[in-house]
Design a protein around this ligand. Structure first.
Ligand SMILES: *Cc1c(COP(=O)(O)O)cnc(C)c1O
Length: 407
């Protein structure tokens, strides 16, 4: 094989199990990624040997835990080329990160008549928080349409931009279609009118090299669990000069300097946005996941998944009655499709009987489904541990289902 395929399935314990004697074929990484043994073992070891609270205790256990916890901040800052560790805020996940920006930034800076620009192909997590602050502030939401391939129409975007535009919030990669959006160009245009750029990076962070400064992202949000780390942790990157001007998202311990009943003085970022005891072990696990990503290499992952995407696109395109939904020229490893006469949920259930795990549904992107005139799609999504034979099995499974329905 001439293409740069990776061989890392063995690093992921669950991928070596079987269902009814059939090997698990995991094609749902866009929903959540599997975890390598290094992450699972590090979290286990931490609980057994080093667990303690962070940033409070004076004893050695807590000091060690704090070091590991703050170490992740540095690793994440490095991963995305943030200018400083202070620009990395720990959250519970991408959804919370996007809510944090919408509330903390939106509540302070949005006024009646201001405009929020979203794309037509956003995840609900990058729609609903903006609707909530729209209703609180009297701002207005406008949306960038896409073409039949799922590519945003940049001319329409340019027409929407004006001095009224205060924020542009867009995903880097669409979780339903796989479209890689031109966020660098979009950010440049948004900055020309003085708008702030929020990027939902849930589907890009573990699939390509992300450089927040090069992209011009003012905020960048993602989840640990989609990048080989545990659930319960996420990141919001924010430009420090913006974070400094923002009010807290939640109040409580750790985000204050001093509290009396008359008044409270706030911590500086990032701690201002980290109220309460955090997900200590999950953050530690995220740090190990970042190390793992760096070791495998984002460039290698991107090349591997791209080669698989091309292979899978060809295989699926050859199946009569199968329609790919999301055919952008620049695409990440997501294969959304519909089959004539067969509901996506039936596809998902029947593939499961072959040991193949895909997602069926609206993918938390109902406006995207509406754009393509379907209530749901079946979606196979790729990770670096997938192989050509996984896709061969998918194609064979689909043909088998078609045989069951059409005979
Ligand atoms: C998964 C996902 C989210 C939400 O992430 P959570 O981990 O569920 O908070 C947001 N946006 C996109 C594009 C996603 O794929």
């Amino acid at each position: 094989m001439s293409k740069p395929y990776l061989d890392i399935k063995k690093n992921f314990p669950v991928l070596n199990r079987t269902f009814d004697g059939k090997p698990l074929i995991y094609l749902d990484t866009a929903a959540t990624s599997q975890k390598p043994a290094v992450v699972i073992d590090a979290m286990d070891r931490f609980y057994r040997e080093s667990y303690g609270t962070v940033r409070r205790g004076v004893y050695r256990l807590s000091e060690k835990a704090t070091q590991a916890y703050e170490g992740t901040r540095h690793k994440v800052a490095n991963l995305i080329n943030a200018a400083s560790d202070r620009e990395i805020i720990y959250t519970r996940g991408c959804t919370e990160s996007l809510n944090l920006v919408a509330y903390s930034w939106g509540r302070t800076f949005l006024k009646p008549g201001d405009e929020i620009i979203l794309s037509q192909i956003e995840h609900h997590a990058n729609i609903v928080p903006w609707q909530i602050v729209r209703d609180m502030s009297g701002a207005v939401i406008k949306t960038i349409p896409c073409d039949d391939h799922g590519q945003l129409l940049l001319d329409e975007y340019r027409k929407l931009l004006s001095p009224k535009t205060k924020v542009v919030a867009v995903n880097h990669v669409s979780n339903a279609l796989g479209t890689i959006n031109p966020v660098k160009e979009m950010a440049r245009l948004a900055h020309e009118v003085g708008a702030v750029v929020v990027v939902d990076g849930a589907q890009s962070i573990s699939h390509m090299r992300v450089d927040v400064q090069d992209l011009g992202a003012d905020f960048y949000a993602f989840s640990s669990h989609k990048m080989f780390g545990p659930t319960g942790a996420g990141i919001l990157y924010g430009r420090y000069d913006l974070l400094e001007k923002m009010l807290p998202f939640q109040g409580g311990g750790d985000m204050i300097r001093q509290v009396t009943f008359e008044r409270t003085t706030l911590q500086v970022p990032p701690h201002r946005f980290e109220a309460g005891t955090p997900s200590i072990v999950e953050v530690l696990g995220l740090g190990v996941a970042v190390d793992y990503l760096q070791t495998v290499g984002l460039e290698n992952i991107e090349a591997h998944e791209h080669a698989l995407l091309e292979y899978g696109t060809k295989l699926l395109s050859e199946i009569p009655g199968l329609h790919l939904i999301g055919t952008a020229a620049k695409k990440s490893g997501i294969l959304g499709f519909a089959l004539d006469g067969i509901h996506p949920h039936d596809i998902g259930t029947l593939l499961d009987m072959e040991g193949i795990a895909i997602r069926a549904g609206h993918h938390c992107a109902q406006p995207t489904m509406e754009r393509f005139g379907v209530p749901a799609t079946a979606r196979a999504s790729l990770g670096p541990y997938n192989t050509e034979s996984d896709l061969d099995a998918l194609a064979a499974g689909i043909r088998k289902i078609q045989g069951m329905f059409h005979h």
